[in-house]
Ligand binder design. Structure first.
Ligand code: ZN
Length: 64
């Protein structure tokens, strides 16, 4: 890898769905033209899916 794209820091927020509408739209347009970020999204998406039920479980455990 040569130089990191400045948008790579946004990938985590994007796959976790915590970006606002404007950021999300902007990033979506960016990954259309950036191979580095689109690859990051593909790599991180399964991680985000794995973490989603864990977050729900942790929240449920705190409620009990
Ligand atoms: Zn990028």
């Amino acid at each position: 890898m040569t130089s990191a794209c400045s948008y790579t820091v946004t990938v985590g927020g994007y796959v976790l769905g915590v970006l606002n509408v404007r950021e999300s739209k902007e990033f979506h347009e960016h990954i259309e033209v950036c191979a580095q970020c689109s690859r990051e999204v593909v790599e991180l998406s399964p991680v985000a899916r794995m973490l989603a039920p864990l977050r729900t479980a942790a929240r449920a455990a705190h409620l009990n």
